[in-house]
Design a protein around this ligand. Structure first.
Ligand code: CO
Length: 136
């Protein structure tokens, strides 16, 4: 089982367009693409930083998990994503360590990537996402 990289850091924003004034215009990160993920009720902007990415998440409905996070805690870091080469093996290892997972099995996202979330109560208050990218 291998840990590969920090794939992305996700940040909840009220409005992607206004957030780009800092991340793109002031800091100078390129905006690679935006994607609407209806399964998670978010609009996502991807800004590459070397091998990783900053992801800006804007809720698209008032009752999604991301919308509730924004309402409760305000804008800020939402989760970090660790890329692994075998997500099932990583989840089994975590379970063996008594870690609580939010997703019992990996979910499938755009482009065939598999993802799952670890509960923040098992990770020092940090929401951690796992990614396994499709083989190239
Ligand atoms: Co993510």
């Amino acid at each position: 089982m291998g840990i590969k990289a920090v794939n992305h850091v996700a940040i909840v924003v009220e409005d992607i367009e206004s957030a780009l004034a800092f991340w793109r215009d002031a800091l100078g990160l390129p905006l690679a693409r935006t994607e609407r993920m209806d399964a998670e009720a978010v609009e996502v902007a991807f800004l590459p930083v070397g091998e990783s990415e900053i992801e800006l998440l804007e809720p698209t409905t008032p009752d999604s998990g991301v919308a509730r996070f924004l309402e409760k805690r305000g804008p800020g870091i939402h989760h970090i994503c660790i890329e692994v080469d075998d997500i099932a093996a990583t989840m089994a290892r975590l379970r063996a360590h008594g870690v609580t997972l939010i997703n019992e099995t990996p979910r499938e996202g755009p482009g065939g990537r598999q993802y799952a979330f670890i509960h923040p109560r098992s990770a020092g208050g940090v929401l951690v996402e796992l990614y396994q990218l499709p083989a190239e």
